[in-house]
Design a protein around this ligand. Sequence first.
Ligand code: SF4
Ligand code: SF4
Length: 143
Amino acid sequence: MMGFAQADLSAVATKTSSALTCFTKDVISPLQETPCINCGRCVSACPARLVPSHLADMAARKQYDKFEEHYGLECVNCGSCSWTCPAKRPLAALINTGRMTVLGMKRAAAAKAAAEKKAAEEKAAAQAAKAGGAPAAGAEKKG
Ligand code: SF4
Ligand code: SF4
């Protein structure tokens, strides 16, 4: 049940689309989301032993540090939590958005660190070349 729901048939299938799952109109008809009733079904259904109700809340509130601390990155995006939730909360979608955001932030931080390291190395190399190429202070010209 991984993937994204599509609203109509104009959605594009690409070579990375591994499957299409079609449902009857009754199943995909708009569902009214209601508040969490703390039933724990999403926890029981999660194969990664996560607490989807809390992770979804953290993702919705943009509490990304907490989201990561509570193993939000371990979600395998199976969708079981959403399917089992009697309150029809879009748990998997919220958690996946949180996961993608955290991973994107990590990639951006890594790219920034790599760029800073490269700039520092280039600056050090330029300084070393300048120091090596310039005549030493007090040196006399021979010949
Ligand atoms: S989508 Fe993620 S949080 Fe939800 S049941 Fe699957 S692994 Fe657990
Ligand atoms: S299954 Fe839905 S209603 Fe039950 S605890 Fe999880 S989020 Fe709340």
